[in-house]
Design a protein around this ligand. Structure first.
Ligand code: KIV
Ligand code: ZN
Length: 513
């Protein structure tokens, strides 16, 4: 068995299914270029049949990315597979990822119609035939076809083995065994992968892949158990982003394999020094903050505070550290930019962080950089990332905040007045509220004539010090559409307003769709 583990990144497909997240093609390309630097083996770029935007993104990545293989998702349906095939047609190296539900719950729930069989036995036969047909059809577009057996974690293993044998015969080159609902337990999951290795007669013709969800917090542990039992591809996302509790965090999988090579006896081709930049880029694009204690890339992942630990690390790092921050690219934040750095210096630093901007985008970012540098003298990498996400808007901008004034303080009634541009119309409104942020949100909502509900409001300092940039994340929903918003500023009320406006613009874009 090979000692190389392929890393299949699905940040742009399964990761993007996280509540409130939608990336446009430009954002997907920026992340894909960074994933190329990270040296992942496969990028799952999207689900082309699901929307024209997804099709466009997969097509764009197929043209622009030359290192990793570009993969498109499809259900086991002709129209889906055709769309996937067309979207990846220009890729240097391509893959179609097609599949079907294999647990009884999925088969009866999704294929309840009698046309798929009246009994579960009949449905099983019909669904197995659909799976093989889908793989055969996908092979007409590319010679690399991955089959996913959805909800393998709750499937009858005997049926799963038979299904896998049949799709390998139909031409599947990779078998994805997803724990779709995050139900698996490491030991049992390992046994299932071992069972596949020993019970599927033609298994040597395909690579086994594991795709674990994190509902019980076990996605990484299950993935690693899969590797120990013969899986040679691991699927996951950067920072573990994804639907519900998310997917296996790739930075954790890779660093576990690398740090405990003595145990796993395999490795990946990942350039781990790019993890930090990739993680921050994804967090900003997904409008998700990273908990400080997050393994591998959290702000505190390499901080020591207790006296005994600090003393130990100073004497010999290995006493309390199993990895070095520089192994995952965390030693980069020492560079400080100031108002005198100049356009060229800022551009150079942005490129180091993985952002290659068009001239007009760079102008916008540089202009904002100067405003921030004037206020806080020193601009750090995290400030730059916050500026980028703020200035390079992913959605068409309908609302723009032209003016904001708030009044608050002990004994006063918090009040906000705003001037808002809504398309070609400019409106002014004022409101009171429970605090200056609440008053601001009420005034903007009145000016925009909307009434979304806001949840998960979170504020954090991007960098240290009282003059630090404040970053605000929130979720916003209206008419059953949920989006996330993010804003940054050295003024936290303005950062809150920017996050609200970002959310409103995304809501408007979603409604148009
Ligand atoms: O979790 C899952 O089952 C999936 C498949 C579509 C691969 O994401
Ligand atoms: Zn999934």
């Amino acid at each position: 068995m090979s000692d190389k583990i392929d890393i299949f990144d699905t940040t742009l497909r399964d990761g993007e299914q996280a509540a409130g997240t939608r990336l446009d093609s430009r954002e997907k390309l920026a992340i894909a270029l960074q994933l190329e630097r990270l040296n992942v083996d496969i990028i799952e770029a999207g689900f082309p049949c699901s929307s024209p935007k997804d099709f466009e993104a997969v097509e764009l990545l197929s043209q622009e990315i030359s290192g990793p293989r570009i993969c498109a998702l499809s259900r086991a349906m002709k129209a889906d597979i055709e769309a996937a095939g067309r979207a990846i047609a220009k890729a240097k190296r391509s893959r179609i990822h097609t599949g079907i539900g294999v647990s009884d719950i999925h088969m009866t729930g999704k294929f309840g119609d009698d046309k798929y069989g009246k009994t579960i036995g009949e449905k099983k036969v019909r669904i197995m035939a659909m799976a093989a047909d889908a793989v055969r059809f996908a092979r007409e577009f590319t010679d690399d076809v991955e089959f996913y057996a959805e909800d393998s974690g709750r499937a009858d293993p005997a049926y799963l083995f038979e299904m896998l044998e049949s799709v390998i015969d139909a031409g599947a080159t990779v078998l994805n065994i997803p724990d779709t609902t995050g139900y698996a337990i490491p030991e049992l999951w390992g046994q299932l992968i071992h069972g596949i290795k020993t019970n599927v007669p033609n298994i040597d013709k395909a690579i086994i892949s594991v795709h674990c969800h994190n509902d019980l917090g076990l996605a990484v542990a299950n993935s690693l158990s899969g590797v120990l039992n013969g899986a040679r591809q691991v699927e996951g996302t950067i920072n573990g982003v994804g639907e519900r509790a998310g997917n296996a965090a790739l930075e954790e999988v890779v660093m576990a394999i690398r740090t405990r090579r003595d145990h796993f006896k395999v490795d990946t081709d990942i350039n781990a020094k790019e993890f930090f930049a990739t993680s921050r880029m994804v967090a900003n694009a997904f409008r998700m903050s990273i908990p400080p204690n997050k393994a591998i890339i959290g702000g505190n992942a390499f901080s020591h505070s207790s006296g005994i630990h600090v003393d130990g690390v100073l004497k010999q790092r290995e006493t309390y550290e199993i990895m070095a921050p520089e192994d995952v690219g965390m030693d980069e934040t020492k560079v400080v930019l100031t108002a005198r750095t100049g356009r060229h210096g800022v551009k150079h630093r942005l490129e180091k962080l993985g952002y290659r901007l068009a001239t007009d985008e760079l102008e916008k970012v540089y202009h904002r950089f100067l405003v921030v540098a004037d206020k806080k003298q020193e601009v750090f990498d995290d400030d730059l990332r916050a500026i980028i996400t703020d200035e390079i808007h992913p959605v068409e901008v309908r609302y723009e905040l032209l003016y904001l004034n708030t009044l608050s303080g002990k004994g006063s009634i918090p009040t906000a007045s705003v001037r808002l541009k809504d398309g070609d119309t400019i409106r002014e409104e004022a409101s009171t509220g429970d605090g200056p942020v609440d008053a601001t949100y009420r005034a903007i909502a009145a000016a925009a004539n909307v009434s979304p509900s806001v949840s998960d409001y979170e504020i954090r300092a991007v960098t240290a010090g009282t003059e630090a940039m404040g970053e605000v994340y929130l979720h916003m929903s209206e008419d059953d559409i949920c989006v996330s918003g993010r804003g940054a500023s050295t003024d936290i009320i303005e950062a809150s307003a920017n996050a609200y406006i970002d959310g409103l613009n995304k809501l408007a874009a979603e409604k148009r769709r």
